[in-house]
Design a protein around this ligand. Structure first.
Ligand code: SF4
Ligand code: ZN
Length: 238
């Protein structure tokens, strides 16, 4: 909710409720700021048993933003009304630059939601997975000192005690450059690289609103509920 009209500050100076960006753009940027989320503490607003969707402390956190130009508005200017533990996890996200005489007074509400409804609720990012790599080096099949370990694009091959060693193995991208190089050097078989299709390495990070562990546990708990619902429905079949 954006305050309209003049904003009078404590020192009596008046600023106009304007900013160089449309309210919609500022609202969108504010909406994308990651906020600390404890899924055990809150319930989704639409199904909140306490308020029926009206908004209450069980489903909603209210924030205010009060800034006068000339100044840069940062995520830290979005202040929770009440418990300070709900302040944005990253204080330094720039939102908008206010000029002289410009000001913003905004009240905003935060609620639980799902990434499939809007990207602002997407907790996990940079998700990727790969087969767990195994890199076997047979140092007897080549002259280890002559092998150019820098062919490995992720720098996990090293010269150590007259041998070629691999560390850390799980960083291998299965690019096969070491295998090809060994072949070109007529020392085929010195490297054997495989991805294990029965073991998947799963990587992701979060936007900070939850820890990676909490996000994973929350997702697994969700899957558990969905599968048990499906199992109940299946067992009800004739
Ligand atoms: S397959 Fe590629 S990433 Fe893996 S060890 Fe060989 S050169 Fe490095
Ligand atoms: Zn509620």
């Amino acid at each position: 909710e954006f305050h309209l009209g003049p904003i009078r500050a404590e020192d009596g100076r008046e600023s106009e409720s304007v900013a160089p960006l449309f309210d919609e753009i500022i609202a969108h940027r504010l909406g994308l700021i990651p906020l600390p989320t404890d899924a055990k503490l809150f319930v989704p607003r639409a199904t909140c048993p306490a308020c029926g969707g009206e908004g209450c402390p069980n489903c909603t956190v209210i924030y205010s933003l009060n800034k006068r130009g000339p100044a840069m508005v940062y995520s830290s200017d979005l202040e929770p009304i009440g418990d300070a533990k709900f302040k944005p996890v990253d204080a330094n996200i720039p939102i908008v630059k206010l000029g002289e005489g410009q000001a913003l007074l905004i009240y905003a509400t935060a609620q639980l939601g799902f990434g499939r409804e809007h990207a602002k609720w997407q907790v996990a990012h940079a998700i990727g997975y790969k087969y767990k790599p195994t890199v076997k080096v047979d140092n007897k099949k080549m002259d280890p000192d002559k092998f150019p370990v820098d062919v490995c694009p992720v720098n996990i091959l090293h010269h150590k005690d007259g041998k070629v060693t691999v560390e850390p193995e799980e960083k291998c991208t299965l690019c096969m450059a070491c295998v090809e190089t060994a072949k070109e050097m007529n020392t085929e078989g010195a490297f054997e690289v495989r991805g294990d299709p029965t073991r998947i390495l799963f990587h992701f990070e979060t936007d900070g609103s939850m820890s990676a562990k909490d996000a994973l546990l929350e997702a697994l708990a969700n899957l558990e509920t969905k599968f048990s619902t499906l199992a109940d429905q299946a067992s009800a079949l004739e």
